[in-house]
Design a protein around this ligand. Structure first.
Ligand code: MSP
Length: 504
């Protein structure tokens, strides 16, 4: 039965151009979205931009242009990158859109009517880079920049009121915060009394935001505004039928640095507004550059556009998905990219296709032979392929995407070994029926692996399937029909010869 699946990425700040971190989360969501669709679910994938707040106001000011003009320009940069990366999102939300501003004001009113908002004068340490008041302890830890003492009247959301309900929700819903160690991190954080959340900024300081509906001298704190995007795009208070269908979200994909906002602020806001909580918040690790955090100041930020230009979109998608163990940090290097590409894609996957296609072109006039005589060996491969599909699914559901990819490649490796000892290139000379069986078995395995990997490499797997002249995306054995003429072989994954001067 088709199930609903609603997956979101964080909405990205437009103060900076898109880098590998943004690209990674968006590709990951895209892979999961395509996978859900492939297994027959009705998946809805949302991404977008976080356009309000101090950072954006400052970025526009620095350029001497209006914040909205700056946002419009940045939107083009992001959407054109998503096009290049073949991102298949169903909606793209910008927090400056009318539909969103309306929902933010409605939620503020609901939370206010519930008695969960109060005004107070607060004196404390404020981090401009974080755009929030920070504790003495956080200031001492030295993790935040641009700290100043500030005394201000502001509106606060009674987050503390929901602390126990939140702890209870986390404990009774083990899938709510994933992976497990992130859940424990939040539970640890919740052992201390939770502060209330300052949700306003006086216009004297910041006016690039959504006006508070109950006090026009203030704009809404950017995180309170941004988090609500997930329900705006799901149709909240716009289309009840659609909202019923999509909400609660199945998965908010985020990076580990924005866990507290998603796993503490967001659920307590929803509780106050009487809206169901998302099913899963999944925090992934960071891409590091040679084990160091990427940062503009050290100039080690990887630009996804350069990568695509150098290696192609699908190999980049493949590398990012294959190399990161979800939940942990991963290190990005050109060497590991080239090694991974050459060993998995050029040697194992691409090479098998060219072997099969060359042999069929040479000996069968380019027509797919039948598997006429299955021996116990082929039967074993058929059985193996069905266990690969099963394991692939359970790994995808567990978000172990790197392992799922590895599982699919096991079938390619098995066929490469099978070819080594059944030597179809010799068999064609003696027994064309036997050789045909071997080649069909190899080709059908390749078809299944391509179908499995298609959410990760949508374009190259399509090309591969075109060489086999099939569009059958069924994952069970026998989808390839004998008697069909193969398509023209194009080198799908030409080996990369490392240019040692250019390895960064
Ligand atoms: N605007 C907020 C999110 C609001 S969601 C309601 C924001 N934006 S961001 O543009 O700064 O960051 C977005 C995401 O990029 C975060 O999930 C962050 O973890 C991710 N990454 C930024 N650098 C990264 C890496 N080097 N590696 C992987 N992801 C990283 O935060």
């Amino acid at each position: 039965m088709s199930e609903q699946f609603y997956i979101t990425t964080p909405i990205y700040y437009v103060n900076d151009i898109p880098h590998i971190g943004h690209a990674y989360t968006t590709i990951l969501a895209d892979v999961l979205n395509r996978y859900q669709k492939q297994v027959g679910n009705d998946s809805f994938f949302l991404t977008g931009l976080d356009e309000h707040g101090q950072k954006v106001q400052d970025a526009a000011k620095l350029r001497g242009i209006d914040p909205i003009d700056h946002c419009n320009e940045m939107t083009k940069r992001f959407t054109s990158l998503w096009d290049k990366l073949h991102i298949s999102n169903n909606d793209f939300i910008r927090t400056t859109e009318k539909r969103h501003k309306k929902v933010v004001r409605e939620i503020l009113n609901i939370v206010n009517d519930a008695g969960d908002i109060y005004i107070d004068e607060y004196e404390g340490l404020y981090s401009i880079s974080e755009e929030r008041f920070i504790t003495e302890k956080e200031a001492e830890n030295g993790q935040f920049r641009d700290i100043k003492k500030l005394k201000e009247k502001n509106y606060f959301f009674k987050m503390s009121k929901y602390q126990n309900a939140l702890i209870n929700h986390i404990n009774t819903n083990p899938e709510f915060i994933q992976p497990e160690h992130r859940k424990n991190e939040i539970l640890g954080f919740l052992q201390q009394p939770l502060n209330d959340l300052c949700i306003s900024r006086p216009k004297s300081r910041l006016n690039w935001g959504i006006d508070l509906p109950f006090d026009k001298d203030y704009v809404t704190y950017v995180w309170f505004d941004a988090l609500i995007n997930y329900i705006t795009a799901a149709g909240y208070n716009q289309n009840d039928e659609i909202f019923e269908k999509r909400w609660p979200a199945d998965m908010h994909l985020i990076g580990k640095d924005i866990l507290t906002t998603h796993a503490v602020y967001w659920p307590t806001i929803l509780m106050s507004a009487g809206i169901e909580l998302p099913k899963t918040i999944f925090a992934h690790g960071w891409w590091l550059m040679r084990d160091e955090k990427m940062s503009k100041s050290t100039g080690n930020v990887v630009d996804p556009i350069n990568l695509i230009e150098d290696y192609g979109v699908d190999p980049v998608r493949y590398y990012l998905m294959r190399e990161m163990v979800l939940g942990q940090d991963a290190s990005f290097t050109s060497e590991s990219f080239i090694n991974r590409y050459n060993s998995d894609l050029a040697n194992d996957f691409g090479n098998l296709l060219s072997r099969i296609s060359t042999l069929i072109n040479k000996n069968y006039e380019g027509v797919m032979p039948a598997a006429a005589e299955l021996s116990s060996e082929e039967l074993k491969i058929i059985k193996f392929s069905s266990s690969v599909v099963k394991n692939f699914d359970s790994l995808m559901v567990k978000m172990a995407i790197n392992d799922a990819i590895e599982e699919a490649l096991q079938l390619v490796r098995k066929i490469n070994k099978y070819f080594e000892h059944s030597t179809p290139w010799k068999a064609v000379k003696e027994d064309k029926t036997l050789a045909g069986t071997i080649l069909y078995t190899g080709a059908e395995s390749l078809r299944i692996v391509s179908v499995l990997l298609s959410p990760i490499m949508p374009e190259r797997t399509k090309e591969l399937l075109a060489v086999l002249n099939t569009d059958n995306s069924d994952r069970s054995w026998g989808g390839l029909k004998p008697g069909k003429k193969l398509g023209k072989l194009t080198p799908l994954f030409p080996r990369i010869v490392a240019d040692t001067n250019n390895v960064n």
